[in-house]
Design a binder for this molecule. Structure first.
Ligand SMILES: Nc1ncnc2c1ncn2[C@@H]1O[C@H](COP(=O)(O)OP(=O)(O)OP(=O)(O)O)[C@@H](O)[C@H]1O
Ligand SMILES: [Mg+2]
Length: 366
């Protein structure tokens, strides 16, 4: 293991009874990195974090933190601070005592504890609440105290399990920026579980996409967005899911019957004849309203942007992100256009990405 690796998981697996939740999995998280686990509910994100923290024992495999094999160590000996989905504050202590708890246990000087607590409380906007007990706090305030308590632990590895999930949208956005700043200031290694696409895309320098306990792809957020290795990652990364339409290659021409599109494959693209799933992101589709190619079924108009749920005459659904002004008629029709190289092709059986198309523009605008 090189010195630059903060956390290394080697063939780590976890079963609960007969049920195998995480098949053997290996992963390296660089020192100072911000690693985000994403994946559908129940895929094993929290379990993986609990394994790293020591709250759960692995069925097999090893965990290294800072080059040390910590697999058999207690959570308190692993040199980590954590904030979990079900954080527990000490109910009999005030906010200030909760935040300063680990420093008191470590026999830090009173002035140092007071300074650190005040600094952390200020950052988390908890200063007016320092004398309250947890029962007199809202869920979001408690969550911030739990984050504050982790920050005073003096470790350089932080594990967060959806720490912002109880906050309102505005505070969540502020805390996202704070956590990014904290990460930059502390140079700490952070491992973060979230369902929030914005958090994953903006905080991570390494996203790990999990499905059924198996790592599907690991990489920079934009690499996963632009170049997903399979249909699952393509559909999972992106705040509005990628559209998938059935297509067929015949003699170097891709036909997408739902859109009535016929796209010659670029000279560099060699694909056998056969069926493919064609992925196009809602934000990569231009649309004209009204038009005549697809039927509008539903519209989510957020003011600055609208999501149009349309259906092709072949019955396939296509979501289009539309930034035009003016009302969108329900049950009307739209026309669409997109660049060829925004269409990704996936094998319909294995889901693996087959090819990115070459350049060109497809317009179904009449
Ligand atoms: N102690 C346990 N005993 C048995 N099964 C468990 C236990 N803990 C978790 N599981 C199961 O392991 C699977 C993964 O759970 P986990 O909490 O890691 O999912 P998650 O990805 O964090 O989901 P979510 O996004 O909903 O928080 C789930 O099917 C869950 O029911
Ligand atoms: Mg979870």
């Amino acid at each position: 293991m090189t010195r630059e690796t903060a956390i290394e998981l080697c063939e780590l697996s976890k079963s609960f009874g007969q049920v195998n939740i995480i098949p053997p999995l290996s992963l390296k998280i660089p020192k100072g990195g911000f690693c985000v686990f994403v994946g559908p509910s129940g895929c094993g994100k929290s379990t993986l974090l609990r394994l790293i923290s020591g709250l759960e024992a692995p069925t097999s495999g090893q965990i290294y933190i800072g080059g040390r094999d910590v697999t058999a160590l207690d959570p308190s000996d692993r040199g980590i601070a954590m904030v979990f989905q079900n954080y527990a504050l000490y109910p009999h202590m005030t906010v200030a005592q909760n935040i300063g708890f680990s420093m008191r246990v470590a026999n830090a000087r009173k002035e140092d504890i007071a300074r650190k607590v005040s600094e952390v409380a200020d950052m988390l906007r908890l200063t007016p609440l320092l004398d309250r007990k947890p029962k007199a706090l809202s869920g979001g305030q408690r969550q911030r105290v739990a984050i504050g308590r982790a920050l005073t632990k003096g470790t350089d590895v932080f594990l967060f399990d959806e720490p912002l999930s109880n906050l309102d949208a505005e505070l969540r956005a502020e805390m996202r920026v704070e956590i990014a700043r904290l990460h930059a200031d502390l140079g700490a290694t952070m491992v973060f579980v979230t369902h929030d696409q914005t958090e994953a895309m903006t905080l991570a320098d390494q996203i790990v996409v999990l499905k059924d306990g198996v790592i599907q792809q690991t990489g920079l957020p934009l690499d996963l967005y632009r170049d997903p290795c399979n249909r699952f990652v393509a559909g999972f990364i992106g705040s509005t899911s990628m559209n998938f339409l059935r297509g067929e290659v015949r003699d170097d021409i891709l036909h997408i019957p739902g859109l009535g599109a016929r796209l010659p494959l670029g000279a560099a693209v060699k694909l056998p004849n056969g069926q493919f799933d064609c992925g196009i992101r809602p934000e990569d589709i231009q649309c004209r309203v009204p038009g005549d190619a697809l039927t509008i079924e539903h519209v989510e108009d957020l003011g600055g942007v609208a999501f149009i749920y349309a259906r092709t005459d072949a019955g396939e659904r296509l979501i289009v992100e539309h930034r035009g002004k003016g009302a969108i008629p329900r049950n009307g029709r739209i026309s669409v256009a997109f660049d060829n190289d925004d269409v990704l092709l996936f094998d319909p059986l294995t889901g693996l990405k087959r090819s990115q198309r070459t350049t060109g523009h497809v317009s179904l605008m009449a």
